[in-house]
Structures are given as structure tokens and as C-alpha cells.
Ligand binder design. Structure first.
Ligand code: DOR
Ligand code: ZN
Length: 423
């Protein structure tokens, strides 16, 4: 089947395109991008005034399936992805059972294919059972379809094991995704350490807990020549460490989450457990540094760390509430805020949601080049909508942005040429 998307503003950062053009899809592939395209019998979509871009790619989500389907499952999570304009996600291994063996990887891929809302690229665990003491069967996991390895949610505390993980993953040319956190410095901390934690009487997590771990893993990447990807960067110091490492040629990439470039620890006042995540919300100076890193290339991708939790896991005392917030449906408008504030160009914003994450993890998507799979999004950056429980299609509603007016929404999401939004 042919689909002709006419007259939209086509933004394809990988090819440096920002022009009003047509996009022709044929049999699930991009056939052509250009002006005045014609196609016999094609279905026509008039995209005038709208933006046509590669489908967004979120390289850090928790789909909670298998094992925690009361929070989210592969169908509901990928439906939320399509709603947010995402056509691909990479899902973290902390399911139950953990994705440390190929039967779990195969299950995830099968369920994702059945649901058909988005591509799911599984991330396998670095260590068996996320226990931090012995490496998973990375070769098996890679063969089964894992695109990288992470113990996300937990750091790999042993530097020796991290060294071996980087060396081993290097032989497969896949990245190790680090959850950079020095647990002895985190202690019993539940939010950022600073004036706000002192005033609230909550135990703090100092920035050095993140920076020291980021520094260690950068050095191990430098030493081994392995590929390192730093997950959810939240501190000014980590951004700078990554920037410097890149400048001296270390194979390191990194991502930041919308909440870390939008909110500070002030959001925790009122003990809002929907402002509790790991790493925690930091200071305005950290927010500024993360935004600068996104703009200048120290950071490669925007990734949500979509972490659904049931209301019963959040409706508790701050100190015992689970970490994490949902993010797939609010990532685009929060990113567009940076464009409106003049901090990012629209081109760079789209790059951080498509080509950037693909390059970081080696995902074969993120461009509108002819011959590529027709994963694309059509969005309107001016549409305003309010975040409500009813509007979110994710099973969980844990977001600090509840009630916020968002600007910008995906209108249409195509997965291999199939319309998945509106479904
Ligand atoms: O906030 C978080 N939630 N951070 C993590 O590292 C893990 C995640 C989760 O799985 O809930
Ligand atoms: Zn995570």
C-alpha cells in the first residue's frame, strides 16, 4: 500500500533536511522524500502546517512485563509510546523474571510483535539476576535480540566486574548502559542532598554519588576501549565528565530525561512521591547544565526512564515510595518547551528524540532516508492539552506533571507504514 504525506515540514536531522516536502511510503518503507511527489492510488494525508519526522526512539523505558503487569505491560506501554510519537523503545531488564536469559528476551520480542504498537529492543542485564556478582550470558542475549546491557536500577558496584562487562560487550560491539551511582554515598538518601532535603527532613543523595560513578565508568571505558552509555544523567558534574571524555576520544554516549531538564528538587516540597525518582531531581544549576549538554552534544539523547508504578506504591510515606515516573506521553511537549525557550533548535530537539538515541545504542532507525522502514511521526508543536489520568494511556499515572498544560502532541504515528496513532 502506498501512502503520500503531503506538504508537511519534514525534519530529518540525520540527513540535514528541514523543508516543506512530501513523503511517500510504499509497502512499509520510505520510498521517496521530495517536492511534488505523485503516486497512483496512494492514500493521501495532508500534513500542511504539521511536522513530519522520524518516529521517536526512547532508549530507556520499563515495560514491567513479564512480572509486574499491574503497573504496565508490553501492550499498554507500547501504546503509550505510540501516543507519545515513539515508534521504538529499548526496555530495561528489571522485569520478573529478569531479562538475563534468552527466553525472557524472546518473550518480550514476541509480545511486542503481537501488540504491534512499537518496536521493542530489549536490553539484557549485565549481571545475572541484577545481583552484581557474575556476568549474564551476553552472547546468548545478543543473539536473542538484546541491543545492549544494563543493570539499570542498580549500579555495577564492582569495578572489576564492570571492566569485564565492557571488555566482553566490546567483542559484540554493543554498549554497556551504566546506572551510575555509588551506593555507599547514596546511603539511605531518598532525594537530592541540599537545602530542600534539610528543610524537609529527608535524607539526601549528594551529587558526588553520581559523578564519582560516572567518572569511574568513563575511566573503565577508556581503559578497555569498550562502549559506554550513561543512563539518566542528572548532575552538572556528570555532563562535564562526559563532555571531556568525548573530547579525548572515549567511546561514551549519554542520555538525559525530561524531568531532569524540567524540574528541580523544589518539586519534592509537599512530599510529592511523584517527584521521587532515581537519580533524584537536582538543582537549577544541574538543570541548566543538562540543557547545555543536550544542546552542545555532550548528551546524545533524550530518554524518559518511563517507570510506571501502581498508586499503592506511591501513596505512601515519601521515604518508602518507589522511585520513578511515567514519561512516554509527556516527553515530546517537555522537549518542545526547550525549543520555545530558545535553548534547543527544533532540529536538535528532533535529533535528540530520533537519530541521537539510535546512534547511541546502534538501533537501525531514526531517519527518513529512502529504503528505510517507514517509522514516522507527524506532530503539531502548537496543540495544547492537559495531563490528566484519563488522557494517559499508560496503566500507571505516576507523573509530577499531572494537571500541567502541555504544548505539542503527536497526531499520527506510523510503524512500518501502519497507522498506530490514531489506532
Ligand atoms: O526512578 C527509577 N525507576 N530509576 C531507576 O533507576 C529504576 C526505575 C524503576 O525501575 O522503577
Ligand atoms: Zn530506568
Amino acid at each position: 500500500m502506498k501512502i503520500l504525506i503531503q506538504g508537511g515540514r519534514v525534519l530529518d536531522p540525520a540527513n540535514g533536511i528541514d523543508q516543506v516536502q512530501d513523503v511517500l511510503i510504499n509497502d512499509g518503507l520510505i520510498e521517496a522524500v521530495g517536492t511534488h511527489l505523485k503516486a497512483e492510488g496512494a492514500q493521501i494525508y495532508d500534513a500542511a502546517g504539521q511536522i513530519v519526522a522520524p518516529g521517536f526512539v526512547d532508549i530507556h523505558v520499563h515495560l514491567r512485563d513479564p512480572g509486574y503487569e499491574y503497573k504496565e505491560d508490553i501492550a499498554s506501554g507500547t501504546r503509550a509510546a505510540a501516543r507519545g510519537g515513539f515508534t521504538s523503545v529499548a526496555c530495561m531488564p528489571n522485569s520478573n523474571p529478569i531479562n538475563d536469559n534468552k527466553s525472557v528476551t524472546c518473550y518480550i520480542r514476541k509480545r511486542a510483535a503481537e501488540a504491534g504498537f512499537a518496536n521493542v529492543f530489549p536490553v539484557g542485564s549485565i549481571t545475572k539476576g541484577l545481583k552484581g556478582d557474575c556476568l549474564s550470558e551476553m552472547g546468548d542475549l545478543k543473539d536473542a535480540g538484546c541491543i545492549g546491557f544494563s543493570d539499570d536500577g542498580h549500579p555495577v558496584s564492582s569495578p572489576e566486574l564492570m571492566r569485564r562487562a565492557l571488555e566482553y560487550a566490546k567483542t559484540f560491539d554493543v554498549p554497556i548502559i551504566t546506572h551510575a551511582e555509588e551506593l555507599e554515598l547514596v546511603g539511605n538518601g531518598v532525594m537530592n542532598e541540599g537545602d530542600v532535603s534539610t528543610q524537609l527532613g529527608l535524607q539526601g543523595i549528594p551529587w558526588v554519588a553520581e559523578d564519582s560513578a560516572t567518572a569511574r565508568d568513563i575511566m573503565l571505558a577508556e581503559f578497555t576501549g569498550g562502549r559506554l552509555h550513561v543512563a539518566h544523567v542528572s548532575t552538572a558534574g556528570s555532563v562535564e565528565l562526559i563532555r571531556q571524555a568525548k573530547a579525548r576520544g572515549v567511546r561514551v554516549t549519554a542520555e538525559a530525561a525530561p524531568h531532569h531538564f524540567t524540574l528541580t528538587d523544589e518539586a519534592v516540597r509537599g512530599y510529592d512521591t511523584n517527584a521521587k525518582m532515581n537519580p533524584p531531581l537536582r538543582l537549577q544549576s544541574d538543570v541548566e547544565a543538562v540543557i547545555a549538554g543536550l544542546a552542545d552534544g555532550a548528551l546524545d539523547a533524550i530518554a524518559t526512564d518511563h517507570a510506571p508504578h501502581h498508586i499503592d506504591e506511591k501513596n505512601v510515606e515519601f521515604a518508602i515510595a518507589l522511585n520513578g515516573i511515567v514519561g512516554l506521553e509527556t516527553s515530546l511537549p517537555l522537549t518542545l518547551r526547550l525549543v520555545e525557550q530558545g535553548r534547543l533548535s527544533l532540529m536538535r530537539a528532533v535529533e535528540l528524540l530520533s537519530a541521537g538515541p539510535c546512534k547511541a545504542l546502534g538501533i537501525p532507525r531514526g531517519t527518513l532516508s529512502p529504503g528505510q522502514v517507514a517509522d514516522l511521526v507527524i506532530f503539531d508543536p502548537t496543540i495544547e492539552w492537559t495531563v490528566t489520568e484519563e488522557r494517559l494511556v499508560s496503566k500507571s499515572k505516576n507523573t509530577p506533571f499531572m494537571g500541567w498544560t502541555m504544548k505539542g502532541a503527536a497526531l499520527r504515528t506510523y510503524l512500518a507504514g501502519n497507522l498506530v496513532l490514531p489506532a
